[in-house]
Design a protein around this ligand. Structure first.
Ligand code: KG4
Ligand code: ZN
Length: 338
């Protein structure tokens, strides 16, 4: 049995977990800074790194304690090396290196996005199956990733401008409904009706995405309605934005499924928590009963350290160790990406 202690501090969650064999969570501690950043309407990088420094020791100690393990039982220390906010990443990297040095454990640097992908291991009772298509959707990424094998990542589609999570956050800001926008728009859209019409995003690449035009169209539509003296029905705006964005994203995903015939389709990242997307994809995937669809439990969609433990286990099995010289990389590419 392999036990990985995993640390995640790429954005505004200070998180540590102990995960056994990449699939059993012995402990999972997440200290969110959301209440602080909500005051500013978004993550303030300097504030985030300072809070990470204040919390990291207690979070690691709590994760070890709750796991019922001692540091002797831990086989390796996995940590998020990037991508993310440099100041935030530094804190987790430093904590991981200190633990590795003090307790003489191997270090496993992990790309945050591979963590989101392998979080699916907590949704299914078997290893991921390949070839696999992953829709990776977060505050910083919108990607279709083709995995022909374990730990093999080919980005076949990406956003040409904003990430989907970023678009959710911006639309919520325009509506004045708060941060983070994703869960707020998700809840509001449930009460909305098909009243406003927005243009479907257009982009050349077969599997590429675009959300910046849609975000601008929302702002322009609100300005037009206000000028005409019409009351803005925020729930209906949320509904129109969400349906347009998600249908475009699901459409590209299904196109890739048709073209490439994966045995598994998975979603990953904060936006994968979206309730409408979960239903939409499940509906669309009914036309491919032979293909397994996995959507991670909601608490494993947003940032956490268990996912770094799941991904860390696969990297550990592949012998992908780091040295004490390893440093944070805010724009770390996916493994294998040039
Ligand atoms: O993966 P994540 O926690 O952090 C990054 O790696 O970026 O994703 C955060 C993003 C935010 O943009 C947030 O608004 C979005 O995920 N999000 C959602 C939902 N929950 C979080 N977007 C749509 N619907 C949700 N329910
Ligand atoms: Zn993330």
């Amino acid at each position: 049995m392999t036990k990985i202690l995993a640390i995640e501090t790429s954005c505004d969650e200070t998180a540590c977990a102990v995960v056994e064999d990449g699939c059993r969570i012995l402990s999972n501690v997440v200290s969110s800074q959301i209440n602080v950043h909500t005051l500013y309407g978004g993550v303030v990088p300097e504030v985030a790194s300072r809070i990470h420094v204040e919390n990291i020791s207690a979070v690691v100690q709590e994760a070890v304690k709750r796991s019922g393990c001692t540091m002797d039982d831990i086989d390796a220390i996995a940590f998020t090396q990037g991508p993310g906010l440099i100041g935030s990443l530094h804190v987790g990297v430093q904590a991981a290196k200190t633990l590795a040095w003090e307790f003489d454990k191997p270090l496993v640097p992990i790309n945050h996005m591979t963590g989101h992908i392998y979080a699916n291991r907590f949704a299914i009772d078997h290893d991921l199956r390949f070839p696999l298509l992953a829709l990776v959707i977060s505050g910083g990424h919108t990607q279709l990733v083709w995995m022909k094998d374990d730990w093999s990542f080919e980005i076949i589609g990406t956003t040409v401008d904003d990430a989907i999570g970023e678009a959710y956050d911006k639309v919520s800001r325009v509506l004045g409904t708060g941060y983070p926008g994703g869960p707020i728009i998700d809840r509001m859209a449930k009460l909305g009706k098909p009243h406003y019409k927005l243009p479907t995003p257009k982009v050349d690449g077969k599997y590429d995405f675009s959300f910046s035009g849609l975000k601008t169209a929302v702002s322009q539509m609100i300005a037009r309605e206000e000028k005409a003296g019409n009351e803005i029905i925020k729930e209906d705006v949320a509904y129109a934005f969400q349906e347009t964005a998600l249908n475009s994203m699901a459409g590209k995903t299904i196109q890739a499924v048709k073209d490439l015939h994966p045995v598994m389709v998975i979603t990953a990242g904060g936006v994968a928590a979206n309730s409408r997307l979960r239903v939409l994809l499940a509906e669309e995937m009914k036309q491919f009963p032979e293909i397994e669809l996995s959507q991670p439990p909601i608490k494993f969609c947003t940032d956490n350290a268990s996912m770094i433990g799941a991904s860390g286990y696969v990297a550990y099995k592949h012998g992908l160790f780091g040295t004490l010289d390893v440093s944070a990389d805010p724009s770390l590419p996916m493994p294998g990406e040039i």
